[in-house]
Design a protein around this ligand. Sequence first.
Ligand code: ZN
Length: 73
Amino acid sequence: MKCTVCGAQMRSTTSDLPFKTSDQTIVILKSLPVLQCETCAQYLIENAVLGRVDQILAAVDGAAELEIIRYAA
Ligand SMILES: [Zn+2]
């Protein structure tokens, strides 16, 4: 996989990323598998992981302003 911004090689790593699920709720997913560019800050999430992220976010009840969830496939 090549970076869409600079064309450098992207490598698999894990990252903690915030997702806004509503006006008031932010979910931070920890240890999320992502592809990170080696030379710029660009990253992308593979479709399979993104599908799982959608499932996790859908299960958040939204009552809390901030939820921190460890990603598990
Ligand atoms: Zn790049």
